[in-house]
Write a protein that binds this ligand. Structure first.
Ligand code: NAD
Length: 434
């Protein structure tokens, strides 16, 4: 099938490439000329495991191309996917300006029947409004559908190629058949393609992200309570998660949720809930708990040094909001670094892939190591912010010999505190008294 993917970011690039992988002809469109130039020169502008090779393969097979020419993409395609960003506005609502402008452009360049699909995460009613915008521009027949994306950065290819479910919002039988045909290769193991009305489909995405964010904030609260009461959140987590009604995933306390989705989607659902006349009670608290949690580790460090971190070198391991991505959007590391910098600390950080993105935020205000041990020399504390696999079993003797002061603040609970104490470290984690 002929597909145009408008917006070639984390979602559009992965989705477009995976559709090409199953034999479709895909044109990826973006208005960022630099990004398209990079892609056309064979470079991949984001870090996502496995994506490089898959792009190369499909480009060389002639099934995948990149352009800034939206008109060509639309004209040559049956499916037109909208995968542009929907970031937070200042008031917390989703900024839909890119969606509206793409809708207008699609309308202007219609040349026959198309199915226009919102893949971006969009508030309830957006897809209907896109339909109205396109209809103002064209007399051609078209349908719209909602098809929210559930991929996780860092595992995006796998998630897209083997989804747990595909959600499609449409009430049109022809669209249903064509969308099922498009997704059939991805659900051969029997995972469902859930067809529902457009509004329910749009809300499903927000409800899923809000639920996951809620689990994280809930566990962070449990962790904070554990610290007060002398319990160990890791044991509590296991005890809770063994109950199949609860399940063990997404019960890990840490430094708060970040990334391009949870923070903005929680804000947006609160906002469009209010606009619809329903003031949600749980989600504003989920957000508040998260804001506090993002500060927690830096505050523990400042407390440990009795309020005086001025001139002290603090080493950070991990910057991205989670492992296997270079995405720094709303990463807890940003808040942690800001707090430590404003208290006068000197920061030196290492991340396997996110240093370039971090430099766009902090420039030379912090130092960047090229290896994990580089940043430890004379450090007075080490903070683990992101649980990259390579941080899990480091050489602790080497760490100790490099640091001025062997103190570890483990924001992801990846180390065994007892063993570290035996090795002479002072160790702080989340949800357990030191
Ligand atoms: P992104 O910022 O990485 O990519 C968006 C792309 O759209 C950018 O390359 C931008 O240049 C392009 N764009 C913006 N306006 C445009 C226009 N008028 N014409 C053409 N291109 C335009 O964003 P993303 O992370 O890929 O997210 C896209 C959407 O998918 C968002 O709604 C997001 O909430 C949702 N989503 C993201 C993830 C994720 O893990 N990143 C997962 C599921 C859903």
């Amino acid at each position: 099938m002929k597909i145009c993917m408008i917006g070639t970011g984390y979602v559009g690039l992965v989705t477009g490439t995976c559709f090409a992988e199953t034999g479709n002809d895909v044109i990826c469109v973006d208005n960022d000329a630099e990004k398209i130039k990079l892609l056309n020169e064979g470079h991949v502008p984001i870090y996502e495991p496995g994506l490089d090779e898959m792009i190369k393969h499909n480009v060389s097979e002639g099934r995948l191309s990149f352009t800034t020419d939206l008109a060509r993409g639309v004209k040559e395609s049956l499916f037109v996917f909208i995968a542009v960003g929907t970031p937070s506005s200042d008031d917390g609502s989703a900024d839909l300006s890119s969606v509206w402008s793409v809708g207008r452009e699609i309308g202007k360049h219609m040349n026959g029947y198309k199915i226009v699909v919102t893949k971006s995460t969009v508030p309830v009613g957006t897809t209907e409004r896109v339909k109205a915008i396109i209809a103002q521009e064209t007399k051609d027949q078209f349908d719209v559908a909602s098809n929210p994306e559930f991929l996780k950065e860092g595992a995006a290819i796998d998630d897209f190629m083997k989804p747990d479910r595909v959600v499609v919002g449409t009430s049109d039988p022809r669209v249903t058949e064509l969308m099922k045909e498009l997704y059939e290769p991805f659900v051969r193991t029997g995972k469902p393609i859930l067809i529902m009305d457009i509004r329910s489909s749009e809300l499903t995405k927000y409800a899923a992200n809000a639920m996951l964010a809620t689990r994280i904030s809930f566990m962070n609260e449990m962790a904070n309570l554990c610290e007060k009461l002398g319990a160990d959140v890791n044991l509590v987590r296991r005890g809770m998660g063994s109950d199949p009604r609860i399940g063990s995933s997404f019960l890990f306390p840490g430094v708060g949720y970040g990334g391009s989705c949870f923070p903005k989607d929680v804000k947006a659902i609160i906002k469009f809930g209010l606009e619809a006349g329903y003031a949600m009670k749980i989600l504003p608290m989920v957000e508040e708990v998260n804001c506090l949690q993002k500060r927690m580790l830096a505050e523990k460090v400042i407390d440990y040094f009795k309020g005086n971190v001025k001139g002290k070198k603090i080493a950070l391991w991990g910057l991205s909001f989670k492992p296997k991505t270079d995405d720094m959007r709303d990463a807890p590391a940003i808040e942690i670094i800001n707090l430590l910098l404003s208290a006068g600390a000197v920061i030196e950080a290492f991340d396997p892939v996110a240093a370039k993105e971090t430099k766009k935020i902090f420039g030379e205000r912090i130092g960047y190591g090229t290896k994990n041990y580089d940043v430890l020399k004379d450090a007075e504390a080490l903070l683990v912010i992101t649980e990259w696999n390579e941080f899990r079993e480091p050489d602790f003797e080497k760490i100790k010999s490099l640091m001025k002061n062997p103190v570890i603040f483990d924001g992801r609970n990846i180390y065994d505190g007892k063993k570290l104490n035996e090795k002479g470290f002072t160790y702080f984690s989340i949800g357990k008294k030191p």
